[in-house]
Design a protein around this ligand. Structure first.
Ligand code: FE
Ligand code: FE
Ligand code: ZN
Length: 300
């Protein structure tokens, strides 16, 4: 199973990300090249990169299984603030260059929010922007993430994702499924085979290059987007286990974006990463109902 989580990119950049991933027993990971919430980025440090490459080779971790996620504030769907739209385009171009330097092959992107405009307008803006960003020569592919449909988010249906892919001139574009978002968007994850058949006929399974594996705090079709720890939400452990073990998606990296755990029940501050324990649980295939307690005991 190719599985990991999102990790920090702070001290030692990708080398730090890798060390964090290894501490979780992961063989894949996803990083932001800076803070997820902002677009401040420092140059890639080649010493850290070279050290990371050596350790990755020792651990048999392929660059195919390292994913980048674009910051949340990038919005290609809204052209009413033209400066922000243009900034999003130039940021993504630079982000592709940064990923090419790092050897990363995939950037996950939230398609964008149309903010007060109909989704068709948002989708048209996204296509126009992506046609400035994506070329056949890019060695790093943009993956459109399937969204929960919170507010005016575009990409909440497979039809919208398909419309964007069809509008982009280059075929150098893929998809990242997010199981929490799909549930919240109204897709029944307990019928995952049916969902994949539908995806295949609309878009083609070969376009799926990454899966965000998250449980959801909310019921199907709630359009909320609040992630839950594996087995503790609406999808439940067996539904998620079935997804991560799907034969057709065997070679696709699975990335956890589940919430950190608080020190005690009821505390707001989330401090302990759950990933080591969730990865272990999914690899074993057995639900650990003491997951939260085990995480607290380990990190305390
Ligand atoms: Fe995302
Ligand atoms: Fe996600
Ligand atoms: Zn989400």
């Amino acid at each position: 199973m190719i599985i990991g989580s999102h990790v920090r990119f702070k001290e030692e950049q990708i080398l730090g990300s890798l060390k964090e991933a290894l501490s979780y027993g992961a063989n894949a990971f996803m990083l932001y090249t800076g803070a997820p919430q902002n677009t401040l980025r420092t140059d890639i440090n080649l010493n850290y990169l070279n050290d990371a490459k050596k350790i990755m080779a020792e651990h048999n971790i392929s660059m195919d299984n390292v994913i980048c996620h674009a910051p949340y504030i990038i919005n290609l769907a809204n052209k009413s603030k033209l400066d922000a739209w243009n900034f999003s385009i130039s940021f993504l171009k630079k982000e592709i260059q940064r990923c090419e330097t790092l050897g990363i092959k995939y950037i996950v992107l939230h398609p964008g929010s149309s903010v007060g405009m109909p989704s068709e307008v948002g989708i048209k803006n996204i296509i126009e922007a992506l046609n400035f960003v994506i070329t056949d020569d890019n060695k790093c592919m943009i993956l459109l993430e399937t969204m929960a449909g919170k507010g005016s988010e575009c990409g909440r249906t497979l039809e919208e994702i398909k419309a964007i892919i069809n509008g982009v001139e280059s075929s150098n574009i893929g998809v990242c499924l997010d199981t929490c978002h799909l549930n919240d968007a109204g897709y029944d994850m307990t019928k995952f085979d049916e969902f994949l058949d539908n995806f295949d006929s609309l878009i083609g399974l070969e376009k799926i290059k990454c899966i965000h594996v998250n449980d959801s705090k909310n019921p199907i079709n709630s359009h909320k987007d609040r992630h839950e720890n594996i087995g503790f939400g609406t999808l439940g452990f067996l539904t998620i286990l079935n997804i991560v073990n799907n034969e057709k998606l065997k070679n696709v990296p699975k990335i956890l974006e589940t919430p950190y755990v608080s020190r005690e029940d009821g505390e707001k501050e989330l401090v302990y990463p759950p990933y080591k324990f969730e990865i272990e649980m999914l690899k074993k295939g057995i639900f650990n109902e003491n997951l939260i307690k085990d995480i607290r005991d380990f990190y305390r």
